[in-house]
Ligand binder design. Structure first.
Ligand SMILES: [Fe+2]
Length: 200
């Protein structure tokens, strides 16, 4: 029996999945060439049933014996945050639309396991801070033993803009240490037009 991790990009756009084994080895990942051939794939599930099924087959996943743990690239549903929707930077209608897409993607993460017979009920999901996911993707794929990573995203869990610095030691324990964080807007003070600005 093997344990596998299914990582899902749950932003509500640019959906993607990755499969990682217990040692941390990436067995399946996707980036620029989307399975759906839909440029941003707004509202599409990252764990699209047919796509996930073929990816699991490609890595040799055994449905009868192996375990699949689902993980999401967002810790929170932004629609649940106390933000105001405004017309700043984005039309308010766009902000509402994007907020709904993110909510659905986060809440539905892993639902395809039901369809594939890999879960009897909606699976538990490991949920990670969005900018930590950006930092992990950048640092673990970087060809350096150590370094500093600055994440500047179009949006995040809270705040119109947020920057994080991470000290990376890949030579030792493969760890990401938070060494600095700056919130340019506090939770509850931001507006959704900024919070939901389209990321780069
Ligand atoms: Fe992002």
């Amino acid at each position: 029996m093997s344990k596998w991790y299914l990582g899902l990009s749950t932003s509500g756009h640019d959906p993607a999945l990755a499969l990682v084994d217990e040692s941390g080895r990436v067995a399946f990942a996707e980036a620029t060439e989307r399975y759906l051939q839909d440029k941003r794939a707004w509202g599409a599930a990252p764990d699209h049933v047919g796509h996930l099924e073929s990816a699991l087959a490609a890595i040799g996943f055994d449905p009868a014996a192996d375990e699949l743990v689902v993980a999401s690239s967002w810790a929170r549903v932004k629609a649940n945050l106390p933000v105001r929707v405004s017309n700043a930077l984005l039309p308010a209608s766009d902000g509402l639309w994007l907020r709904g897409l993110q909510a659905h993607a986060v809440e539905a993460a892993g639902a395809s396991l039901l369809r594939l017979g890999l879960a009897a009920e909606q699976p538990e999901v490991l949920r990670f801070d969005h900018h930590e996911c950006h930092a992990a993707a950048a640092c673990y794929s970087a060809p350096f033993a150590d370094g500093l990573c600055l994440v500047i995203d179009g949006e995040g869990e809270v705040g119109g803009h947020r920057a994080q610095q991470r000290d990376v030691d890949r030579a030792g324990a493969q760890r990401l240490d938070l060494v600095g964080r700056e919130h340019l807007a506090a939770e509850g003070e931001v507006d959704a037009g900024k919070l939901l600005g389209e990321p780069p």
